[in-house]
Write a protein that binds this ligand. Sequence first.
Ligand code: AHG
Ligand code: MN
Ligand code: MN
Length: 333
Amino acid sequence: MKRVSLTQYLVEQQREHGRIPPELRLLIEVVARACKHIAIAVNKGALGDVLGSAHSENVQGEIQKKLDVISNEVLIEANEWGGHLAAMASEEMDSIHVVPNRYPQGEYMLLFDPLDGSSNIDVNVSIGTIFSVLRKIGHARGVSEEDFLQPGKQQAAAGYCVYGPQTMLVLTVGNGVAMFTLDRETGSWVLTQQDVRIPEDTKEFAINMSNLRHWAPPVKRYIDECLAGKTGPRGKDFNMRWVASMVADVHRILMRGGVFLYPWDQREPEKPGKLRLMYEANPMAFLVEQAGGLATNGRERILDIVPTRLHERVSVILGSKNEVETATRYHAE
Ligand code: AHG
Ligand code: MN
Ligand code: MN
């Protein structure tokens, strides 16, 4: 089998499809390289002294794990000097990180969840890194948080890296979804799947069932009907999975279908949900749509939402088209 590397894939996207300018190619390669570094830290575990708490808090009031902080630093250091970026934003930083003056400024902006699934780090369950790329609109000098507040449909690229039994990079530049597996011997990302398609129908849902009593009626109805199985209104038995790492749950859905929900609930009624729009929901929604699935907040397409804040939260329903449509329809009824 002829092996296609990430670099070769990107060069082909650049040449044949005119999809990506050289700066964006560099950006994606740098992110992929940073993910390799994170993968090495993740794999070392206790031997690398990377487990446990960093004893600090992020802007969302969550206690940071050592790996949250390490991964954030790896991504910043890898990306700030290349000249391809104007600024970065992260789950782990209160405000944007503008590329320092000593480096040239590019026109792209990178957002990331450096380490997704933090509660799984110390128990050796799959975790990941999620990223989203936007282009700075207009060529005025300088960059501010406002420049980031673009709807997800304007993403130039998005993807994630999953640190699981295999380390994989999953990417879209708006031309379908491609998957690369890290070859540890050669250190290169090898294309292992292209034109990923999510089946339109599924019998598998993913939701944190322990929040059932807090959900809104449309979500309760949807899950109740799944649980009712063959003799219920849906006429089929459903299976359930919940890894509690969005990366791992979305990866499963890209591979074999399914529906993922992290809806609004009554625990924190003033917030629209737990997940963050700009560096969790948007990149995943872009990937899922590029694979033929759907992503909504129960009312509208996630990629159409115009953010008002960097760390804005959102309710998420994504995955197999027909299930997302059903759950979304229940919100309208
Ligand atoms: P993070 O570790 O970046 O804060 O994200 C965790 C998220 C997401 O990955 C996952 O789907 C969800 O939180 C799990 O939440 P529960 O623990 O409430 O199930
Ligand atoms: Mn996350
Ligand atoms: Mn995180």
